[in-house]
Write a protein that binds this ligand. Structure first.
Ligand SMILES: NC(=O)c1ccc[n+]([C@@H]2O[C@H](COP(=O)([O-])OP(=O)(O)OC[C@H]3O[C@@H](n4cnc5c(N)ncnc54)[C@H](O)[C@@H]3O)[C@@H](O)[C@H]2O)c1
Length: 234
C-alpha cells in the first residue's frame, strides 16, 4: 500500500521519500515510481520506524535533500493473527511499537519542519480494526490501530493552529501481502462475499483517499476515513 501511495503522490507532483525497514522493498518501489512518474527526486531509505535515531536520520536526510517536509504518511504496519491468551509480551510490544509508537516517532520528528513552514499534512494508517475489531489480526493489532485513531485526534487538535492537518485512513481488507500472507484463498473468497462491495480493496483505492487528504481536503482534520467496501458502517 505504501508503494501505491508514494506512486500516487509522485504523480500528483510531490517529491517522495520512501522508507521501509526492508530497504530493498523501498528501493524497488522507488525505481518503479521514477519510471512511471518521470521524477528523479524520489529516493528510498532503509529505516526502522521504531528506532528514534533512524527516524531522526531519515528526517535529516530528507530535509537536506528537499529543504522541508510537507507531508508524512505513517503507513508501516505489522500484524499477527495470534489469539489473545497466546500473545507474548514481546509480540505485543512489537505490534504496538510499529503500528503506534512508530507513528508517534515519525510524526514528532517532522512537526518542526512543518511548523516552520506553517503547512503540513499527516496521514496515519489505522484500520477497520481501530474502529471495531480486526478481521485478521490479534488484540494487539486492534489496540494499536485504535491507539492510532486517538493519537490522530490529539495531534489534529494541537497542530491545526500551525497549519498542520492530521487524519487517519481506516482500510478494510485490501489486497496486499499482509492479507495474502495471513489468509488462504478460500478464506479471502468468503470475506469478499460478505462485503457489500463484494471484493477486496485495491491499494490504489486507499492511495486515492490519502492523496485527497494531502491535497484538496483543506478543512478536514482529526477525521478517520473508512475505505472498506462497506464492510463496516458506523
Ligand atoms: N492490507 C490490509 O487489508 C490493511 C487493512 C487495514 C490497515 N492496513 C494497514 O495499512 C498499512 C500497510 O499495510 P499493507 O497491507 O501494505 O502491509 P504490507 O505488509 O504489505 O506492508 C507493510 C510494510 O511495512 C514495513 N514495515 C514493517 N515494520 C516496519 C518498521 N519497523 N519500520 C519500517 N517499515 C516497516 C514492511 O517491511 C512492509 O513493507 C499497515 O499499517 C497496515 O496495518 C492494511
Amino acid at each position: 500500500m505504501g508503494a501505491s501511495i508514494a506512486n500516487r503522490l509522485a504523480c500528483a507532483g510531490f517529491d517522495v521519500v520512501l522508507c521501509d525497514s526492508d530497504a530493498s522493498a523501498a528501493t524497488a518501489a522507488s525505481h518503479k515510481i521514477n519510471g512511471v512518474a518521470g521524477r528523479e527526486a524520489t529516493f528510498a531509505l532503509g529505516t526502522d520506524i521504531t528506532d528514534e535515531d533512524q527516524v531522526s536520520l531519515l528526517v535529516r536526510k530528507t530535509i537536506e535533500k528537499f529543504g522541508k517536509i510537507s507531508v508524512l504518511i505513517n503507513n508501516a504496519g505489522i500484524l499477527f493473527p495470534t489469539e489473545f491468551d497466546q500473545i507474548s509480551l514481546d509480540e505485543w510490544r512489537a505490534v504496538v511499537d510499529v503500528n503506534l509508537t512508530g507513528t508517534f516517532l515519525c510524526s514528532r520528528a517532522v512537526v518542526p519542519s512543518m511548523r516552520e513552514h506553517e503547512f503540513g499534512r499527516i496521514v496515519n494508517m489505522s484500520s477497520s480494526a481501530g474502529r471495531s475489531v480486526s478481521t485478521l489480526g490479534g488484540a494487539h493489532y486492534t489496540a494499536a490501530k485504535a491507539g492510532v485513531l486517538g493519537l490522530t485526534r490529539a495531534m489534529a487538535k494541537e497542530l491545526a493552529a500551525s497549519g498542520i492537518l492530521v487524519n487517519s485512513v481506516c482500510p478494510g481488507l485490501i489486497d496486499t501481502g499482509m492479507v495474502r500472507g495471513t489468509c488462504d484463498h478460500a478464506r479471502v473468497t468468503a470475506y469478499e462475499r460478505s462485503f457489500p462491495i463484494q471484493r477486496l480493496g485495491r491499494p490504489d483505492e486507499v492511495a486515492a483517499v490519502v492523496e485527497f487528504l494531502c491535497t484538496d481536503a483543506t478543512y478536514v482534520t482529526g477525521a478517520a476515513i473508512d475505505v472498506n467496501g462497506g464492510d463496516l458502517m458506523i
